[in-house]
Design a protein around this ligand. Sequence first.
Ligand code: ATP
Ligand code: MG
Length: 351
Amino acid sequence: MKGKKTLKQLKLAVPEQEAAVDKFLTASGTFKDGDLRLNQKGLRLISEETETPAPDVKEIDLQPEDLEAIKVIGKGSGGVVQLVRHKWMGTFYALKGIQMNIQETVRKQIVQELKINQVSQCPHVVVCYHSFYQNGVISLVLEYMDRGSLADIIKQIKTILEPYLAVLCKQVLKGLVYLHHERHVIHRDIKPSNLLVNHKGEVKITDFGVSAVLANSMGQRDTFVGTYNYMSPERISGSSYDYKSDIWSLGLVILECAIGRFPYIPEEAEGWLNFYELLEAIVDQPPPSAPSDQFSPEFCSFISACIQKDPQERMSSLELLDHPFIKKFEDKDIDLGILVASLDPPVNVPE
Ligand code: ATP
Ligand code: MG
């Protein structure tokens, strides 16, 4: 592609004395962190040269000035997500801005997010096409998921029936198998707003802001950013934790979609549990379960395979893909696209 250097060329182009310095912002506005180079032209990873782009990721030379803002589609704790359109190609993307004037630890996690996103090769993990750094904001050009998040869906329909849940869950599990078994990362923030859906009924995991590579050399990282609602008991109590922590979160999300409320909030709640009561309940109380008079034995068994307080008792993402609840609806031709088409889209995209 015109003007685009290969990773190898870029590595050669970095003077040795610069490469030796860990992180800084150069006078020309290039943000450097380890082997990442981030400026207005985009992000380049100068190591990991063996990585190849995902086969479905088109080689697009996305420049920030070629993207026009359409509207704000979401707000998170780190910044705003905008729907943007490529001026010449007409394609839509979600542009996620992350403020940079944040703690060093958080920034490191975000840089990690960029790294993982850039090399994602899974149809159930949201693609990050490009990233750039401008005026103190890191922006990620993400695959636009036109039906928003699972949080948007359950706000509209409150509960999701078992067949649809099985189809949805299978896709999330495939994403988790990829992250856990191929990328060796814990996501750490599986929650309804991080599971995105498109009109084709595809479900994809996004946001690796709190994930970290579980490389042997790095060991465990204990910094945290995000909501505590879906956090596993072992994480809350400060014990060591692993991939199984994501399985706990997935179980809670799926149960919430089935029963129409966050499982730790009692049905006839006189008020929300406060923050400490919630953490205490997760650590000290028996885990929530699916009521057997309302749900199939397969569903109840699936939930209990995920929501076990002892992480060793929880099934892995790979094992769960073979669970009878997932298998039960596999040949039933259930189309999640039909369900989402019946809902109001989160944003009306202009033609
Ligand atoms: P938090 O920041 O606390 O983790 P969050 O996940 O809701 O919360 P963001 O990740 O910033 O925060 O996302 C905000 C919202 O933007 C999401 O809930 C979702 O509705 C929307 N959104 C994010 N990414 C995309 C995308 N790629 N396509 C479509 N909508 C998106
Ligand atoms: Mg998010």
